[in-house]
Design a protein around this ligand. Structure first.
Ligand code: S3P
Length: 203
């Protein structure tokens, strides 16, 4: 089992054959979006609705490297972090054997090597689009209480906005864009499930 894998529902094995029958290429959904977009919380809620597994790529990286992402950035730099991120995504996609929702890191879908891996694996990528204020607020709340910043790239509001603007064209290349602004995690998860036309696996 993958390090951070969570599974909802118990009939995964029998569910797979039904799902394969529906559309074998569409059994992995990856959520992309900027820091604070809600990829992990909405991903968990989506996995629960569908009764699929859930994996958070950042958690996989931390388990693999045995250190928090902020320390990987601090000790090894962003470039090495990106290499680790790609290697972890590759291993994750090779290991997925049942329907799974993946929460990507905020920069994962920006790297060509990663978009290629996702495309080859037939992953449906969903871009979560809240307002920039919502994302800033979530990252700010988190950093206020943390002794050390959890998100190395969320240090400065202007740089945060600029990085987001620069990434937007790439995020928009996702298979589906979901405007999540002002809505609850549960409502957004339901909206995504409905948009992707996936039925819940039998519980
Ligand atoms: C990053 C986002 C983070 C994490 C790393 C780099 C980015 O993930 O992967 O700090 O480049 O946007 P979250 O979006 O889950 O915070």
């Amino acid at each position: 089992m993958l390090a951070g894998a969570v599974h909802f529902g118990i009939a995964m094995a029998s569910a797979c054959s039904q799902s394969d029958h529906q559309d074998s290429a569409l059994r992995i959904v990856a959520l992309t979006g900027f820091m604070g977009a809600g990829k992990t919380s909405i991903g968990l809620a989506l996995a629960e609705i569908l009764r699929w597994g859930f994996v958070d790529l950042d958690q996989e990286i931390e388990a693999r490297e045995r250190m928090p992402i902020r320390d990987i950035f601090r000790l090894r730099g962003e470039r090495q972090f990106r290499e680790i991120e790609t290697a972890t995504l590759r291993r994750l996609l090779e290991g997925v054997s049942s329907p799974t929702v993946i929460a990507l890191g905020g920069g994962t879908f920006i790297q060509t090597a990663n978009t290629e891996l996702l495309r080859t694996a037939g992953v449906r990528v969903v871009f979560l689009e809240p307002t920039i204020e919502e994302m800033l607020e979530r990252c700010r709340i988190e950093t206020q209480s943390a002794t050390e910043r959890l998100r190395p790239l969320a240090a400065d509001a202007d740089a945060f906005r600029a990085l987001y603007e620069g990434r937007l064209p790439q995020y928009r290349k996702a298979d589906l864009t979901v405007n999540t602004a002002g809505q609850s995690v549960a409502d957004n998860a339901r909206k995504i499930a409905a948009s992707l036309h996936f039925q819940s696996e039998p519980g």
